[in-house]
Design a protein around this ligand. Structure first.
Ligand SMILES: [Zn+2]
Length: 285
Protein backbone atom coordinates (compact mmCIF):
# COMPACT_ATOMS: atom_id res chain seq x y z
CA UNK A 1 0.00 0.00 0.00
CA UNK A 2 1.11 3.56 -0.68
CA UNK A 3 2.42 5.60 2.21
CA UNK A 4 1.36 9.14 3.03
CA UNK A 5 4.49 10.70 1.56
CA UNK A 6 3.90 9.00 -1.83
CA UNK A 7 0.31 10.16 -1.83
CA UNK A 8 1.18 13.77 -0.98
CA UNK A 9 3.87 13.77 -3.68
CA UNK A 10 1.31 12.52 -6.17
CA UNK A 11 -1.15 15.20 -5.00
CA UNK A 12 1.42 17.92 -5.60
CA UNK A 13 2.34 16.57 -9.02
CA UNK A 14 -1.26 16.18 -10.15
CA UNK A 15 -2.82 19.20 -8.43
CA UNK A 16 -5.24 17.77 -5.95
CA UNK A 17 -5.40 17.73 -2.14
CA UNK A 18 -5.85 15.11 0.55
CA UNK A 19 -8.52 15.86 3.14
CA UNK A 20 -7.86 15.63 6.84
CA UNK A 21 -11.06 15.02 8.79
CA UNK A 22 -10.95 15.26 12.56
CA UNK A 23 -12.92 12.94 14.78
CA UNK A 24 -13.59 12.20 18.42
CA UNK A 25 -16.35 9.60 18.23
CA UNK A 26 -16.78 6.18 16.66
CA UNK A 27 -19.79 7.16 14.51
CA UNK A 28 -17.74 10.00 13.00
CA UNK A 29 -14.99 7.50 12.24
CA UNK A 30 -17.50 5.07 10.70
CA UNK A 31 -18.76 7.87 8.44
CA UNK A 32 -15.21 8.45 7.20
CA UNK A 33 -14.63 4.72 6.68
CA UNK A 34 -17.83 4.65 4.62
CA UNK A 35 -16.72 7.55 2.40
CA UNK A 36 -13.21 6.16 1.88
CA UNK A 37 -14.60 2.76 0.99
CA UNK A 38 -17.27 4.15 -1.35
CA UNK A 39 -14.83 6.34 -3.29
CA UNK A 40 -11.76 4.14 -2.80
CA UNK A 41 -9.82 7.26 -1.87
CA UNK A 42 -7.40 7.70 1.03
CA UNK A 43 -7.87 10.46 3.60
CA UNK A 44 -6.10 11.54 6.75
CA UNK A 45 -7.93 11.13 10.02
CA UNK A 46 -6.99 13.92 12.40
CA UNK A 47 -7.09 13.93 16.17
CA UNK A 48 -6.29 17.07 18.11
CA UNK A 49 -4.68 16.61 21.51
CA UNK A 50 -8.12 16.73 23.15
CA UNK A 51 -9.63 14.33 20.61
CA UNK A 52 -6.65 11.95 20.91
CA UNK A 53 -6.84 11.89 24.69
CA UNK A 54 -10.59 11.27 24.63
CA UNK A 55 -10.37 8.43 22.11
CA UNK A 56 -7.10 6.98 23.42
CA UNK A 57 -4.08 7.00 21.11
CA UNK A 58 -3.66 3.22 21.40
CA UNK A 59 -7.35 2.55 20.71
CA UNK A 60 -7.64 4.80 17.66
CA UNK A 61 -4.37 3.45 16.22
CA UNK A 62 -5.64 -0.13 16.61
CA UNK A 63 -8.96 0.74 14.94
CA UNK A 64 -7.19 2.26 11.96
CA UNK A 65 -5.05 -0.84 11.49
CA UNK A 66 -8.19 -3.01 11.53
CA UNK A 67 -9.87 -0.70 9.00
CA UNK A 68 -6.90 -0.97 6.62
CA UNK A 69 -7.19 -4.75 6.64
CA UNK A 70 -10.95 -4.71 6.27
CA UNK A 71 -11.23 -2.09 3.51
CA UNK A 72 -7.87 -2.80 1.84
CA UNK A 73 -7.02 0.88 1.53
CA UNK A 74 -4.51 2.94 3.52
CA UNK A 75 -5.79 5.11 6.37
CA UNK A 76 -3.52 7.77 7.82
CA UNK A 77 -3.63 9.23 11.32
CA UNK A 78 -2.30 12.67 12.15
CA UNK A 79 -1.95 14.23 15.58
CA UNK A 80 -3.32 17.71 14.91
CA UNK A 81 -1.86 20.80 16.64
CA UNK A 82 0.35 18.73 18.93
CA UNK A 83 2.03 20.86 21.58
CA UNK A 84 2.83 18.27 24.23
CA UNK A 85 6.05 16.51 23.20
CA UNK A 86 5.22 13.43 25.29
CA UNK A 87 1.88 13.02 23.50
CA UNK A 88 3.52 13.55 20.10
CA UNK A 89 6.07 10.82 20.89
CA UNK A 90 3.28 8.50 22.00
CA UNK A 91 1.44 9.05 18.71
CA UNK A 92 4.66 8.26 16.81
CA UNK A 93 5.21 5.11 18.87
CA UNK A 94 1.63 3.93 18.39
CA UNK A 95 1.77 4.10 14.60
CA UNK A 96 0.41 7.51 13.60
CA UNK A 97 1.47 8.30 10.01
CA UNK A 98 2.01 11.97 10.76
CA UNK A 99 2.32 14.40 13.64
CA UNK A 100 1.75 18.13 13.53
CA UNK A 101 3.92 20.05 15.94
CA UNK A 102 2.29 23.42 16.56
CA UNK A 103 5.07 25.69 17.72
CA UNK A 104 3.35 28.81 16.42
CA UNK A 105 3.16 30.39 19.85
CA UNK A 106 6.96 30.36 20.14
CA UNK A 107 9.36 32.86 18.60
CA UNK A 108 10.79 31.70 15.24
CA UNK A 109 14.06 30.23 16.57
CA UNK A 110 12.40 28.28 19.37
CA UNK A 111 9.67 27.02 17.05
CA UNK A 112 12.36 25.76 14.65
CA UNK A 113 14.35 24.17 17.48
CA UNK A 114 11.35 22.25 18.90
CA UNK A 115 10.23 21.25 15.40
CA UNK A 116 13.69 19.78 14.77
CA UNK A 117 13.43 17.86 18.04
CA UNK A 118 10.15 16.31 16.89
CA UNK A 119 11.66 15.52 13.48
CA UNK A 120 14.63 13.80 15.10
CA UNK A 121 12.28 11.46 16.95
CA UNK A 122 9.55 10.93 14.34
CA UNK A 123 11.59 10.52 11.18
CA UNK A 124 13.34 7.42 12.53
CA UNK A 125 9.92 5.77 12.37
CA UNK A 126 9.08 7.21 8.93
CA UNK A 127 6.41 9.46 10.42
CA UNK A 128 5.78 12.70 8.51
CA UNK A 129 6.15 15.93 10.44
CA UNK A 130 4.01 19.00 9.94
CA UNK A 131 5.42 22.24 11.28
CA UNK A 132 3.53 25.48 11.65
CA UNK A 133 4.54 29.02 10.93
CA UNK A 134 2.24 31.98 11.45
CA UNK A 135 -0.78 32.05 13.73
CA UNK A 136 -3.78 30.05 12.54
CA UNK A 137 -6.31 31.63 14.85
CA UNK A 138 -9.89 30.91 15.90
CA UNK A 139 -11.61 27.91 17.44
CA UNK A 140 -13.80 25.21 15.94
CA UNK A 141 -17.48 26.26 16.08
CA UNK A 142 -19.90 28.78 14.58
CA UNK A 143 -18.97 32.38 15.28
CA UNK A 144 -20.75 35.65 14.67
CA UNK A 145 -17.67 37.75 14.19
CA UNK A 146 -14.71 37.09 11.97
CA UNK A 147 -11.28 36.82 13.60
CA UNK A 148 -9.26 39.90 12.72
CA UNK A 149 -5.83 38.97 11.42
CA UNK A 150 -2.85 41.26 11.36
CA UNK A 151 0.24 41.07 9.15
CA UNK A 152 2.11 39.53 12.10
CA UNK A 153 -0.34 36.59 12.24
CA UNK A 154 0.19 35.66 8.60
CA UNK A 155 3.06 33.54 7.33
CA UNK A 156 5.81 35.51 5.67
CA UNK A 157 7.03 33.74 2.49
CA UNK A 158 10.67 34.53 3.32
CA UNK A 159 10.31 33.21 6.87
CA UNK A 160 8.57 30.11 5.52
CA UNK A 161 11.56 29.43 3.27
CA UNK A 162 13.96 30.00 6.15
CA UNK A 163 11.92 27.71 8.42
CA UNK A 164 11.67 25.00 5.76
CA UNK A 165 15.43 25.13 5.05
CA UNK A 166 16.37 25.20 8.72
CA UNK A 167 14.12 22.38 9.90
CA UNK A 168 13.68 20.24 6.77
CA UNK A 169 10.10 19.66 7.90
CA UNK A 170 7.87 17.57 5.57
CA UNK A 171 4.61 19.51 5.73
CA UNK A 172 4.03 23.13 6.59
CA UNK A 173 0.85 24.60 8.06
CA UNK A 174 0.64 28.19 6.91
CA UNK A 175 -1.47 31.16 7.92
CA UNK A 176 -2.81 32.67 4.70
CA UNK A 177 -6.10 34.10 5.95
CA UNK A 178 -8.13 31.06 6.99
CA UNK A 179 -9.05 30.63 10.64
CA UNK A 180 -10.46 27.70 12.60
CA UNK A 181 -14.26 27.62 12.86
CA UNK A 182 -17.03 28.95 10.64
CA UNK A 183 -18.27 32.51 10.37
CA UNK A 184 -21.23 34.48 9.01
CA UNK A 185 -18.91 36.15 6.52
CA UNK A 186 -16.79 34.18 4.11
CA UNK A 187 -13.17 33.52 4.98
CA UNK A 188 -10.68 35.09 2.65
CA UNK A 189 -7.46 33.50 1.43
CA UNK A 190 -4.46 35.67 0.62
CA UNK A 191 -3.68 33.93 -2.66
CA UNK A 192 -0.71 36.10 -3.51
CA UNK A 193 0.94 35.18 -0.21
CA UNK A 194 0.10 31.51 -0.74
CA UNK A 195 1.63 31.58 -4.24
CA UNK A 196 4.80 33.21 -2.92
CA UNK A 197 5.15 30.69 -0.07
CA UNK A 198 4.62 27.88 -2.54
CA UNK A 199 7.35 29.20 -4.88
CA UNK A 200 9.87 29.62 -2.07
CA UNK A 201 9.22 26.27 -0.33
CA UNK A 202 9.05 24.05 -3.40
CA UNK A 203 9.61 20.71 -1.72
CA UNK A 204 7.26 21.15 1.25
CA UNK A 205 3.70 19.88 1.45
CA UNK A 206 1.61 22.95 2.23
CA UNK A 207 -1.35 22.54 4.57
CA UNK A 208 -4.48 24.68 4.73
CA UNK A 209 -6.02 24.70 8.20
CA UNK A 210 -9.54 25.96 8.89
CA UNK A 211 -10.87 24.40 5.68
CA UNK A 212 -14.49 24.34 6.88
CA UNK A 213 -16.79 26.79 5.14
CA UNK A 214 -14.41 27.77 2.32
CA UNK A 215 -16.03 28.01 -1.12
CA UNK A 216 -15.24 25.41 -3.76
CA UNK A 217 -13.79 28.12 -5.99
CA UNK A 218 -11.32 29.22 -3.31
CA UNK A 219 -10.43 25.63 -2.45
CA UNK A 220 -9.59 24.87 -6.07
CA UNK A 221 -7.54 28.04 -6.41
CA UNK A 222 -5.60 27.17 -3.22
CA UNK A 223 -4.89 23.68 -4.58
CA UNK A 224 -3.70 25.17 -7.87
CA UNK A 225 -1.30 27.34 -5.89
CA UNK A 226 0.24 24.40 -4.02
CA UNK A 227 -1.99 23.30 -1.11
CA UNK A 228 -1.91 19.48 -0.88
CA UNK A 229 -3.63 18.86 2.47
CA UNK A 230 -6.82 20.51 3.72
CA UNK A 231 -8.04 20.18 7.30
CA UNK A 232 -11.74 19.95 8.04
CA UNK A 233 -13.05 19.76 11.58
CA UNK A 234 -15.87 22.22 12.31
CA UNK A 235 -18.18 20.94 9.56
CA UNK A 236 -17.86 17.37 10.90
CA UNK A 237 -18.56 18.51 14.46
CA UNK A 238 -21.59 20.53 13.39
CA UNK A 239 -23.13 17.60 11.55
CA UNK A 240 -22.61 15.45 14.63
CA UNK A 241 -24.32 17.93 16.92
CA UNK A 242 -27.17 18.91 14.60
CA UNK A 243 -28.04 15.30 13.74
CA UNK A 244 -27.92 14.21 17.34
CA UNK A 245 -30.13 17.08 18.52
CA UNK A 246 -32.67 16.38 15.77
CA UNK A 247 -32.73 12.66 16.48
CA UNK A 248 -33.15 13.13 20.24
CA UNK A 249 -35.91 15.67 19.67
CA UNK A 250 -37.79 13.40 17.29
CA UNK A 251 -37.30 10.18 19.30
CA UNK A 252 -37.73 11.15 22.90
CA UNK A 253 -38.31 7.58 24.13
CA UNK A 254 -35.51 5.93 22.14
CA UNK A 255 -32.58 4.60 24.16
CA UNK A 256 -30.71 2.48 21.58
CA UNK A 257 -27.54 4.39 20.66
CA UNK A 258 -27.13 2.55 17.36
CA UNK A 259 -30.55 3.80 16.26
CA UNK A 260 -29.88 7.35 17.40
CA UNK A 261 -26.39 7.53 15.92
CA UNK A 262 -26.85 5.83 12.53
CA UNK A 263 -27.97 9.04 10.81
CA UNK A 264 -24.87 10.85 12.07
CA UNK A 265 -22.66 8.26 10.44
CA UNK A 266 -24.55 8.58 7.14
CA UNK A 267 -24.49 12.40 7.18
CA UNK A 268 -20.76 12.48 7.89
CA UNK A 269 -20.10 10.00 5.12
CA UNK A 270 -22.02 12.25 2.70
CA UNK A 271 -20.06 15.35 3.78
CA UNK A 272 -16.68 13.60 3.53
CA UNK A 273 -17.55 12.29 0.05
CA UNK A 274 -18.53 15.82 -0.98
CA UNK A 275 -15.18 17.19 0.26
CA UNK A 276 -13.16 14.41 -1.37
CA UNK A 277 -14.82 15.27 -4.70
CA UNK A 278 -14.20 18.97 -4.11
CA UNK A 279 -10.50 18.32 -3.46
CA UNK A 280 -10.48 16.10 -6.58
CA UNK A 281 -8.56 13.41 -4.80
CA UNK A 282 -7.53 10.56 -7.06
CA UNK A 283 -8.70 7.08 -6.16
CA UNK A 284 -6.08 4.84 -4.58
CA UNK A 285 -4.93 2.14 -6.92
ZN1 LIG B 1 -5.68 23.71 12.60
Amino acid sequence: MKNLKNILQDARKNHYAIGQFNISTFEQLKGIFGAVNALRTPVIIGTSEGEAKFLGIEEISALIKIAEKKYKIPFFLNLDHGKDLALIKKAVDCGYSAVHFDGSSFPFEENARYTKEVIKYARKKSVLIEGELGAIKGESGIHQKKVILTEDDLTSPEQAKKFADLTNVDCLAIAVGTTHGMYKEEKGIDFERLGNISCLTMKKFLVLHGGSGISEEDIKKAIDLGIVKININTEIRLIWRDCLEKKLRENQEETKPYKLLADIKDAIQKKVEEKIRMFETRACK
